[in-house]
Write a protein that binds this ligand. Structure first.
Ligand SMILES: Cc1ncc(COP(=O)(O)O)c(C=O)c1O
Length: 211
């Protein structure tokens, strides 16, 4: 703080980002404690320190009480500063569904394997980059839609493997997921919760575009 002051820079405040998708860890509590300490020390060196930016990192859906309690500390803090946040995933994670089409179907050891017109290199890069997993997910699929645009009738599901379209051996979206039993080639799968860290990080690997 002293070195910054000697450089003639006046700090307006402090910012942290706890890492995306924090589900009730103690990260926010620790970050707020450290940030308040920085504000206190900064003011000793005549920095303004009037702003606390708590960044993003909130999960999609409900916030955990641990996170809420940690942030409540900032509300009527006697240190007196303005608090702002930069939520990303929390706002958009559940705001989009991904529609992906079934390109091929085969049976391996009696288990259905579907090939989709999506991949780990496209919208499902969230599996690799964002730690998302569809393994054993029973409710990830919102519905399936047939080629005429109608929702498929059967909601009976069957454990299946989903492959991406790139022909790369590692391009397996999930080895265990329940999909509608009557799913067939040219139907669409409607995947929920695909609004954050999906389309934005897609590539054109193998000259293929995202859906
Ligand atoms: C500077 C900054 N703020 C906020 C966010 C949003 O983070 P999250 O989606 O974890 O809320 C990001 C995400 O990359 C970021 O880089």
């Amino acid at each position: 703080m002293r070195q910054i002051q000697e450089m003639g820079v006046n700090l307006k405040g402090i910012h942290f980002h706890c890492g995306s998708g924090q589900h009730g860890s103690s990260a926010f509590g620790r970050a707020v404690t450290l940030a308040r300490e920085c504000i206190r020390i900064g003011r000793e060196y005549d920095h303004e320190m009037s702003l606390l930016d708590v960044g993003g990192g909130f999960p999609s859906g409900e916030l955990n009480m641990k996170t809420i309690d940690a942030l409540k500390v900032t509300q009527y803090d006697p240190l007196g500063y303005k608090t702002i946040a930069e939520p990303g995933r929390h706002f958009c994670g559940n705001s989009f569904y991904l529609l992906t089409r079934v390109l091929g179907k085969r049976l391996k050891n009696n288990k259905p394997c579907y090939h989709l017109n999506e991949s780990l290199y496209h919208s499902f890069n969230c599996n690799v980059m964002d730690g998302v997993s569809f393994e054993n997910s029973v409710d990830q699929f919102y519905s399936s839609i047939n080629e005429n645009g109608n929702e498929c009738e059967s909601f009976e599901t069957v454990n299946s493997t989903l492959f991406g379209m790139t022909c790369d051996g590692v391009d397996i979206i999930t080895k265990n997921i329940s999909v509608p039993k009557d799913l067939k080639v040219s139907d669409w799968l409607c995947v929920s919760g695909m609004g954050a860290y999906t389309y934005g990080c897609r590539s054109n690997f193998n000259g293929m575009k995202s859906t």
